[in-house]
Design a protein around this ligand. Structure first.
Ligand code: GLN
Length: 264
Protein backbone atom coordinates (compact mmCIF):
# COMPACT_ATOMS: atom_id res chain seq x y z
CA UNK A 1 0.00 0.00 0.00
CA UNK A 2 1.42 3.44 -0.87
CA UNK A 3 2.46 5.62 2.05
CA UNK A 4 0.17 8.46 3.17
CA UNK A 5 1.31 11.62 1.45
CA UNK A 6 2.33 9.77 -1.73
CA UNK A 7 0.73 11.20 -4.89
CA UNK A 8 -2.96 10.39 -4.99
CA UNK A 9 -3.07 9.18 -1.37
CA UNK A 10 -5.08 11.38 0.99
CA UNK A 11 -3.37 12.33 4.22
CA UNK A 12 -4.42 10.37 7.30
CA UNK A 13 -7.30 12.04 9.12
CA UNK A 14 -7.26 12.54 12.86
CA UNK A 15 -10.28 10.98 14.54
CA UNK A 16 -12.67 12.85 16.80
CA UNK A 17 -12.44 16.17 14.93
CA UNK A 18 -14.29 17.56 11.95
CA UNK A 19 -12.99 15.63 8.94
CA UNK A 20 -10.53 17.61 6.87
CA UNK A 21 -11.74 18.14 3.32
CA UNK A 22 -9.31 16.85 0.72
CA UNK A 23 -9.43 17.16 -3.06
CA UNK A 24 -7.44 14.62 -5.05
CA UNK A 25 -6.94 15.64 -8.66
CA UNK A 26 -5.49 13.56 -11.48
CA UNK A 27 -4.31 15.28 -14.66
CA UNK A 28 -4.37 12.98 -17.68
CA UNK A 29 -1.45 13.45 -20.09
CA UNK A 30 -0.46 16.87 -18.68
CA UNK A 31 2.55 17.01 -21.01
CA UNK A 32 0.71 16.16 -24.24
CA UNK A 33 -2.80 17.47 -23.65
CA UNK A 34 -1.97 20.99 -22.57
CA UNK A 35 -2.21 23.83 -25.03
CA UNK A 36 -3.21 27.41 -24.23
CA UNK A 37 -1.73 26.90 -20.77
CA UNK A 38 -4.52 24.57 -19.69
CA UNK A 39 -2.22 23.99 -16.71
CA UNK A 40 -3.69 27.21 -15.32
CA UNK A 41 -6.91 25.33 -14.70
CA UNK A 42 -5.10 23.00 -12.31
CA UNK A 43 -3.38 25.89 -10.56
CA UNK A 44 -6.75 27.55 -9.92
CA UNK A 45 -8.09 24.36 -8.35
CA UNK A 46 -4.99 24.07 -6.18
CA UNK A 47 -5.01 27.73 -5.04
CA UNK A 48 -8.72 27.88 -4.25
CA UNK A 49 -8.42 24.75 -2.14
CA UNK A 50 -5.27 25.98 -0.37
CA UNK A 51 -6.83 29.36 0.45
CA UNK A 52 -9.67 27.51 2.17
CA UNK A 53 -7.52 25.02 4.04
CA UNK A 54 -8.70 22.12 1.86
CA UNK A 55 -5.96 19.52 1.35
CA UNK A 56 -5.04 19.25 -2.31
CA UNK A 57 -3.07 16.59 -4.09
CA UNK A 58 -2.29 16.59 -7.80
CA UNK A 59 -1.02 13.55 -9.60
CA UNK A 60 -0.56 12.79 -13.24
CA UNK A 61 -1.35 9.81 -15.39
CA UNK A 62 0.58 9.69 -18.64
CA UNK A 63 1.07 7.29 -21.52
CA UNK A 64 1.19 3.68 -20.36
CA UNK A 65 0.28 4.48 -16.77
CA UNK A 66 -2.81 2.79 -15.42
CA UNK A 67 -5.46 4.89 -13.76
CA UNK A 68 -6.54 4.18 -10.22
CA UNK A 69 -10.21 5.12 -10.23
CA UNK A 70 -10.73 5.23 -6.45
CA UNK A 71 -7.78 7.48 -5.61
CA UNK A 72 -9.06 10.68 -7.22
CA UNK A 73 -12.06 12.96 -6.97
CA UNK A 74 -11.48 14.95 -10.14
CA UNK A 75 -9.90 13.96 -13.46
CA UNK A 76 -8.75 16.62 -15.89
CA UNK A 77 -7.77 16.33 -19.54
CA UNK A 78 -6.80 19.44 -21.49
CA UNK A 79 -6.57 20.39 -25.13
CA UNK A 80 -4.15 18.96 -27.64
CA UNK A 81 -2.93 18.89 -31.20
CA UNK A 82 -4.42 16.17 -33.42
CA UNK A 83 -1.14 14.24 -33.43
CA UNK A 84 -0.93 14.18 -29.62
CA UNK A 85 -4.60 13.31 -29.37
CA UNK A 86 -3.97 10.22 -31.48
CA UNK A 87 -1.35 8.95 -29.02
CA UNK A 88 -3.51 9.70 -26.02
CA UNK A 89 -6.68 8.23 -27.53
CA UNK A 90 -5.03 4.87 -28.01
CA UNK A 91 -3.62 4.92 -24.50
CA UNK A 92 -6.91 6.08 -22.97
CA UNK A 93 -8.67 3.09 -24.46
CA UNK A 94 -5.98 0.62 -23.51
CA UNK A 95 -5.02 1.70 -20.01
CA UNK A 96 -7.59 4.12 -18.64
CA UNK A 97 -11.05 3.64 -20.10
CA UNK A 98 -12.36 1.21 -17.47
CA UNK A 99 -10.95 3.23 -14.57
CA UNK A 100 -12.31 6.50 -15.88
CA UNK A 101 -15.75 4.99 -16.47
CA UNK A 102 -15.79 3.53 -12.94
CA UNK A 103 -14.72 6.87 -11.46
CA UNK A 104 -17.43 8.74 -13.39
CA UNK A 105 -20.02 6.17 -12.33
CA UNK A 106 -19.24 6.74 -8.64
CA UNK A 107 -19.55 10.52 -9.11
CA UNK A 108 -15.97 11.69 -9.60
CA UNK A 109 -15.75 14.84 -11.71
CA UNK A 110 -14.29 14.30 -15.18
CA UNK A 111 -13.53 17.53 -17.06
CA UNK A 112 -12.31 17.55 -20.66
CA UNK A 113 -11.32 20.74 -22.45
CA UNK A 114 -11.30 20.92 -26.27
CA UNK A 115 -9.17 17.97 -27.45
CA UNK A 116 -9.88 16.38 -24.06
CA UNK A 117 -13.60 16.94 -24.59
CA UNK A 118 -13.39 15.28 -28.00
CA UNK A 119 -11.70 12.23 -26.45
CA UNK A 120 -14.47 11.87 -23.85
CA UNK A 121 -16.90 11.30 -26.73
CA UNK A 122 -17.24 8.30 -29.04
CA UNK A 123 -14.94 9.41 -31.83
CA UNK A 124 -13.01 12.14 -33.62
CA UNK A 125 -13.10 11.61 -37.38
CA UNK A 126 -10.50 13.15 -39.69
CA UNK A 127 -11.20 12.16 -43.29
CA UNK A 128 -10.87 8.37 -43.45
CA UNK A 129 -9.36 8.12 -40.01
CA UNK A 130 -11.42 7.63 -36.88
CA UNK A 131 -9.76 8.35 -33.54
CA UNK A 132 -11.82 6.48 -30.94
CA UNK A 133 -12.83 8.11 -27.68
CA UNK A 134 -13.87 6.62 -24.35
CA UNK A 135 -17.59 7.27 -24.92
CA UNK A 136 -18.37 8.82 -21.53
CA UNK A 137 -20.24 11.54 -23.41
CA UNK A 138 -22.61 10.74 -26.25
CA UNK A 139 -20.90 13.00 -28.77
CA UNK A 140 -19.07 12.55 -32.05
CA UNK A 141 -16.56 14.98 -33.49
CA UNK A 142 -15.79 15.43 -37.17
CA UNK A 143 -12.95 17.43 -38.69
CA UNK A 144 -14.77 18.98 -41.66
CA UNK A 145 -13.22 20.70 -44.63
CA UNK A 146 -13.93 24.12 -43.21
CA UNK A 147 -12.02 26.82 -41.31
CA UNK A 148 -11.01 26.28 -37.70
CA UNK A 149 -13.35 27.80 -35.14
CA UNK A 150 -11.25 30.41 -33.37
CA UNK A 151 -12.17 33.28 -31.07
CA UNK A 152 -13.55 34.47 -27.79
CA UNK A 153 -16.66 32.69 -26.67
CA UNK A 154 -19.29 33.04 -23.97
CA UNK A 155 -21.96 30.54 -23.06
CA UNK A 156 -24.89 30.44 -20.67
CA UNK A 157 -25.11 27.44 -18.36
CA UNK A 158 -27.64 26.27 -15.78
CA UNK A 159 -25.66 23.70 -13.82
CA UNK A 160 -28.02 23.12 -10.94
CA UNK A 161 -31.22 23.44 -12.95
CA UNK A 162 -33.06 26.61 -13.77
CA UNK A 163 -33.81 27.36 -10.12
CA UNK A 164 -30.35 28.84 -9.62
CA UNK A 165 -30.60 30.86 -12.81
CA UNK A 166 -28.21 30.69 -15.72
CA UNK A 167 -24.61 31.79 -15.33
CA UNK A 168 -21.99 32.73 -17.89
CA UNK A 169 -18.78 30.94 -18.78
CA UNK A 170 -16.34 32.93 -20.90
CA UNK A 171 -13.26 31.65 -22.68
CA UNK A 172 -11.46 31.17 -25.94
CA UNK A 173 -12.01 28.45 -28.53
CA UNK A 174 -9.74 27.10 -31.25
CA UNK A 175 -10.81 23.82 -32.78
CA UNK A 176 -10.96 22.21 -36.17
CA UNK A 177 -13.41 19.55 -35.04
CA UNK A 178 -17.18 20.05 -34.99
CA UNK A 179 -18.92 18.14 -32.24
CA UNK A 180 -22.42 16.69 -32.59
CA UNK A 181 -24.47 15.56 -29.62
CA UNK A 182 -26.38 12.26 -29.53
CA UNK A 183 -30.16 12.54 -29.26
CA UNK A 184 -30.35 12.39 -25.46
CA UNK A 185 -27.08 14.15 -24.68
CA UNK A 186 -27.35 17.29 -22.59
CA UNK A 187 -25.12 20.18 -23.72
CA UNK A 188 -23.08 22.11 -21.17
CA UNK A 189 -24.64 25.38 -22.25
CA UNK A 190 -26.09 27.67 -24.88
CA UNK A 191 -23.81 29.84 -27.00
CA UNK A 192 -24.11 33.58 -26.39
CA UNK A 193 -21.13 34.55 -28.56
CA UNK A 194 -18.76 32.36 -30.54
CA UNK A 195 -19.16 29.01 -32.27
CA UNK A 196 -19.49 26.30 -29.65
CA UNK A 197 -19.87 22.65 -30.60
CA UNK A 198 -20.50 22.99 -34.31
CA UNK A 199 -21.10 26.64 -35.15
CA UNK A 200 -24.79 26.33 -35.90
CA UNK A 201 -26.70 24.38 -33.22
CA UNK A 202 -26.22 27.12 -30.63
CA UNK A 203 -25.01 24.48 -28.19
CA UNK A 204 -21.69 24.26 -26.39
CA UNK A 205 -20.05 21.36 -24.62
CA UNK A 206 -21.73 18.35 -23.10
CA UNK A 207 -22.56 17.19 -19.63
CA UNK A 208 -23.65 13.88 -18.14
CA UNK A 209 -23.82 14.11 -14.34
CA UNK A 210 -20.28 15.08 -13.26
CA UNK A 211 -18.65 14.38 -16.62
CA UNK A 212 -18.23 17.61 -18.54
CA UNK A 213 -16.69 18.51 -21.87
CA UNK A 214 -16.25 22.00 -23.27
CA UNK A 215 -14.40 23.85 -26.02
CA UNK A 216 -13.63 26.75 -23.67
CA UNK A 217 -9.93 27.24 -23.10
CA UNK A 218 -8.84 30.53 -21.85
CA UNK A 219 -7.78 28.93 -19.62
CA UNK A 220 -11.29 28.15 -18.51
CA UNK A 221 -11.02 28.23 -14.71
CA UNK A 222 -8.98 31.44 -14.16
CA UNK A 223 -11.64 33.26 -16.19
CA UNK A 224 -14.54 31.58 -14.40
CA UNK A 225 -13.64 30.90 -10.79
CA UNK A 226 -17.30 30.38 -9.89
CA UNK A 227 -17.13 27.30 -12.12
CA UNK A 228 -13.89 26.17 -10.45
CA UNK A 229 -15.73 26.31 -7.12
CA UNK A 230 -18.67 24.39 -8.54
CA UNK A 231 -16.30 21.65 -9.72
CA UNK A 232 -14.46 21.55 -6.38
CA UNK A 233 -17.76 21.25 -4.51
CA UNK A 234 -19.07 18.51 -6.81
CA UNK A 235 -15.85 16.58 -6.46
CA UNK A 236 -15.99 16.89 -2.66
CA UNK A 237 -19.67 15.96 -2.61
CA UNK A 238 -20.78 19.22 -0.96
CA UNK A 239 -22.83 22.20 -2.13
CA UNK A 240 -20.91 25.14 -3.64
CA UNK A 241 -22.25 27.48 -0.95
CA UNK A 242 -20.60 25.29 1.70
CA UNK A 243 -17.21 26.47 0.44
CA UNK A 244 -15.79 29.42 2.35
CA UNK A 245 -16.15 32.62 0.29
CA UNK A 246 -12.92 34.15 -1.04
CA UNK A 247 -12.13 37.80 -1.78
CA UNK A 248 -12.57 37.51 -5.53
CA UNK A 249 -12.35 41.13 -6.76
CA UNK A 250 -9.50 40.37 -9.17
CA UNK A 251 -11.14 37.15 -10.31
CA UNK A 252 -14.46 38.91 -10.93
CA UNK A 253 -12.65 41.55 -13.02
CA UNK A 254 -10.93 38.77 -14.97
CA UNK A 255 -14.29 37.17 -15.65
CA UNK A 256 -15.80 40.46 -16.80
CA UNK A 257 -12.79 41.09 -19.07
CA UNK A 258 -13.26 37.67 -20.67
CA UNK A 259 -16.95 38.42 -21.19
CA UNK A 260 -16.17 41.82 -22.69
CA UNK A 261 -13.66 40.17 -25.05
CA UNK A 262 -16.47 37.91 -26.25
CA UNK A 263 -18.88 40.87 -26.46
CA UNK A 264 -21.22 39.78 -23.67
N1 GLN B 1 -7.07 19.02 -32.20
C1 GLN B 1 -8.44 19.34 -31.90
C2 GLN B 1 -9.09 20.20 -32.95
O1 GLN B 1 -8.44 20.91 -33.65
C3 GLN B 1 -8.51 20.00 -30.53
C4 GLN B 1 -7.81 21.33 -30.48
C5 GLN B 1 -7.65 21.88 -29.11
O2 GLN B 1 -7.60 21.16 -28.13
N2 GLN B 1 -7.55 23.20 -29.04
O3 GLN B 1 -10.30 20.20 -33.07
Amino acid sequence: MPAPGAPGVPPARPTGVTPQLALRVCALYPDLMNIYADRGNLIVLERRCAWRGIDFTLSASGLGEPLDDTSHDLFYIGGGQDRDQRLCAQDLLETKRAGLAAAAARGAVVLGVCGGYQLLGHSYTLGDEEIPGVGLLDVRTVREDAPRRIGNVAIEVALDGDADGARVLAGFENHGGRTYLGAGQQPLGRVLKGFGNDGHSGLEGARTANTIGTYLHGPLLPKNVWFADWLIARALGIAADELAPLPDELERETHLDARRAAGV
